[in-house]
Design a binder for this molecule. Structure first.
Ligand code: NDP
Ligand code: 2IT
Length: 456
């Protein structure tokens, strides 16, 4: 059932379920949104598959196994004492150890942690790897902090978190504000506290257990997924005008892979505005952006000063730039209904969500009604956690695979995710509702495991 045409009887079931969920989890708007988007596809499916209803699966799946909330005290460079809040939501370990990133951003709160951990359940299930789901982070703001401040924060964060994680229990990774620098500081502290060298975090440096392609995986995987969608229509990325939001890890490697496959990248952004480069953001320019963001920790506005023919638009998002394919790769709810309408009006034929929940429910409806190729986050950005899963395997067998082997595995995984979406998302008129497909395919595996375990 596409979210645009929900049967009246299904609508009532969905409203009843959502009203209970909202009562149990007051004020958690992002969590409500993620669950609502999910149950719009899954409740109609459950109505026809009674075992899930009889086993109270939806009620159980929307309640996290546990939530850990803790204080993170640290000292800044001026000697002031600071206190931030740390989180780890261990949502579900039915099919593997809890797995998911850590986000450091001032907007972090329990609702955002829970929406991310909830979506991670189905994303991780889609990867076909044995991965449960979790998410964590802090409202700590890394912007403008010195390396030493970042190190002290990460060490203090891990001093508490280490009690709750482990290579077979819960394996965190990066997300917004957490890249290789932060993972390395946290891994160093874990190793010191526990006196063990294990694959307890993914996204590690290559010299100490990291996997080749993990840095690239989310962006590359998202482009592979879009390529699969386009190929199902006899089309490809080659020659396509693409717009990207964000300029962090996911955006950079999305841009890199689009270029490698012959597409043209027109935009990048950060929270202050976007740049439009009519000449295309080529390999050389992407390498410059990587240094700008990862080494100098600069702003995307500097791009327009450096590269002639490009323009900076302060305070705006890129969705009004005409394109064939859009890759939202910054944050949640960055595409609202009017943004989705602008994309469709300007001829956009495909969307690959690199970010988590970047499109709100009204925006998704616009894409589905226009019947474009809409690749939802759970499917399209699963490449990151998939290569994290491959990093865990390499750590367990104490081996490392080559770049070629790992990229090939990533590509195969994205292809299998696409196949699962088609299997569960194809509608009577032939339109593939990828959101519905991803939700149901991700759900079935986890729900079947939960039933097999009995009442736990
Ligand atoms: P980074 O921290 O590397 O980059 C984040 C980018 O998004 C920056 O350009 C940042 O701009 C921008 N951004 C962050 N918050 C906002 C906001 N509130 N409004 C506008 N722009 C914002 O993070 P990642 O690239 O790793 O993550 C980007 C998205 O991809 C997130 O949704 C994340 O959950 C998702 N994701 C990441 C994966 C990974 O492996 N890293 C895997 C799967 C999904 P600024 O510098 O101004 O803050
Ligand atoms: O949202 C995500 O899937 C991530 N941030 C990556 C998680 C991981 O464990 O690699």
């Amino acid at each position: 059932m596409s979210t645009s045409v929900i049967k009246e009887s299904h609508k009532q079931e969905i409203e009843k379920f959502m009203s209970g969920l909202k009562k149990r989890n007051p004020n958690e708007i992002e969590f409500h949104q993620a669950v609502e988007e999910f149950v719009q596809s899954v409740i109609p499916y459950i109505i026809d598959h009674k075992q899930y209803k009889d086993n109270y699966i939806l009620e159980r799946l929307t309640e996290p196994d546990r939530i850990i909330v803790f204080r993170v005290s640290w000292e800044d460079d001026e000697g002031n004492i600071r206190a931030d809040r740390g989180y780890r939501v261990q949502f579900n370990n039915s099919i593997g150890p809890y797995k998911g990133g850590l986000r450091f951003h001032p907007s972090v709160n329990l609702s955002i942690m829970k929406f991310l951990a909830f979506e991670q359940i189905f994303k991780n299930s889609l990867t076909t790897l044995p991965l449960g789901a979790g998410k964590g982070g802090s409202n700590f703001n890394p912007k403008g902090k010195s390396d030493k401040e970042i190190m002290r924060f990460c060490q203090s964060f891990m001093t508490e978190l280490h009690k709750h994680i482990g290579p077979s229990c819960d394996v965190p990774a990066g997300d917004i504000g957490v890249g290789s620098r932060e993972i390395s500081y946290m891994f160093g502290q874990y190793k010191r506290l526990r006196d063990e060298f294990s694959g307890v975090l993914t996204g590690k440096g290559l010299a100490y257990g990291g996997s080749l392609i993990r840095t690239e995986a989310t962006g590359y995987g998202c482009v592979f997924f879009v390529q699969e969608m386009l190929q199902s229509k006899g089309d490809s990325i080659e020659g396509k005008n693409c717009i990207i939001s964000g300029s962090g890890n996911v955006a950079q490697y999305t841009a890199e892979k689009i270029n490698q496959l012959g597409g043209k990248v027109l935009t990048l952004s950060d929270s202050a505005g976007f740049i439009y480069d009519k000449n295309g953001i080529t390999h050389e320019k992407i390498e410059w952006v990587k240094k700008l963001k990862d080494q100098r920790r600069g702003r995307i506005s500097e791009y327009a000063d450096k590269w002639p023919g490009s323009e900076y638009f302060a305070g705006q998002k890129p969705w009004n730039v005409p394109c064939d394919v859009a890759f939202p790769s910054a944050t949640q709810n960055e595409i609202l209904e009017e943004d989705a309408e602008a994309l469709i009006k300007n001829g956009c034929i495909a969307v690959g969500e690199g970010a988590n929940m970047p499109t709100n429910i009204d925006g998704v409806r616009v894409f589905e009604q226009a019947k474009i190729l809409y690749g939802p986050a759970k499917a399209a950005n699963a490449g990151g956690v998939a290569v994290s899963g491959l990093e865990m395997t390499q750590n367990s067998i104490r081996m490392s695979w080559t770049r070629e082997e790992t990229e090939k595995k990533l590509k195969e995984i994205m292809k299998r995710i696409h196949e699962q979406c088609v299997e569960y998302g194809k509608e009577e008129d032939g339109y593939v509702n990828y959101a519905k497909g991803a939700n149901i395919a991700g759900f079935v595996k986890v729900a079947d495991a939960a039933i097999a375990y009995g009442v736990v």
